[in-house]
Design a protein around this ligand. Structure first.
Ligand SMILES: C[S@@+](CC[C@H](N)C(=O)[O-])C[C@H]1O[C@@H](n2cnc3c(N)ncnc32)[C@H](O)[C@@H]1O
Length: 259
């Protein structure tokens, strides 16, 4: 059993999957995954998916992008159980390994992976410097780190609006700025660092998500996750929109190469 108190409860997973699709605990679905991976060749590669959640992306990496093997890691048993049943049902047990890990150093040998992928999970890992040193260590030379994550525009005191939003989320967020991510990646030894601010995209998408949660998805979401969860998340989305509109909440695509 995990020592970690689970944040992605069954009802939160149920709710998020109504909004973002089965197996997805972050926005944008398959289309956003394809934009993150644009120009990358995963065929036959061994890919690590950090924070694999309920497994939709790990399966896509194999089925759609031809990854040879995907190792999906997460710190929570609840999401991993969902991922495991999906992987088994799709007959992908020979290509996808799911592993629960503890926060901290990654339990893999040096140069174990061709590609390290992550989508919207590193927000939960506050020590970006230690994280990127570990990602660099476990990548083979010439390997790529390809990710998206939720960043904050600065490393000062978060605004009152940001604190309010994060409190409503109720999840452990350890947000950092684009400057801090870039510096940490370069200090870890990465080159060809590229970062793309996805704030303009997510402002638009999040408005539509909020309208859908309060509108056409409302009944289905209530049936899946309970009215309290859904009503709370309408408030959360409204608070998130304030910090998206100000630019303080700035999801990014990230890419860097281990020389
Ligand atoms: C927003 S979800 C994203 C899941 C998945 N990447 C997706 O896009 O559907 C974040 C995930 O990161 C996991 N997580 C949190 N801290 C982690 C850590 N230190 N190492 C690995 N995964 C972690 C959470 O349990 C959760 O499943």
């Amino acid at each position: 059993m995990s020592q970690h108190e689970e944040e992605y409860t069954d009802s939160l997973i149920d709710f998020l999957e109504v909004v973002w699709g089965e197996g997805y605990l972050s926005p944008g679905g398959a289309e956003e995954v394809s934009r993150i991976l644009e120009g990358s060749d995963l065929r036959g590669r061994h890919v690590l998916d950090i924070g694999c959640g309920s497994g939709g992306i790990a399966m896509e990496l194999v089925e759609k992008y031809g990854a040879g093997r995907v190792t999906g890691i997460d710190i929570e048993d609840g999401v991993l159980a969902r991922a495991a049943s999906r992987v088994e049902a799709r007959g992908l047990l020979d290509r996808i390994i799911l592993q629960r890990v503890d926060p901290g150093p990654l339990p893999f040998d040096d140069a174990s992976f061709d590609i390290v992928f992550s989508k919207d999970s590193m927000i939960h890992i506050p020590d970006k410097e230690a994280l990127f040193a570990e990602v660099h260590r476990i990548l083979a030379p010439g390997g790529w780190f390809i990710a998206s994550d939720w960043l904050i525009s600065h490393d000062g005191e978060p605004s009152r609006e940001m604190k309010h939003y994060v409190a409503l989320e109720g999840l452990s967020f350890g947000m950092a700025s684009p400057d801090r991510y870039r510096t940490a990646l370069e200090a870890a030894g990465f080159d060809q660092v590229r970062m793309i601010n996805r704030n303009p995209w997510y402002v638009e998408v999040a408005r539509r998500e909020r309208d859908a949660i309060a509108g056409e998805l409302y009944q289905r979401a209530c049936a899946a996750a309970g009215k309290d969860v859904v009503d709370h998340n309408v408030d959360t989305w409204n608070a998130m929109l304030v910090v998206l509109e100000s630019g303080e909440h700035c999801p990014h695509h990230l890419r860097a190469r281990r020389p």
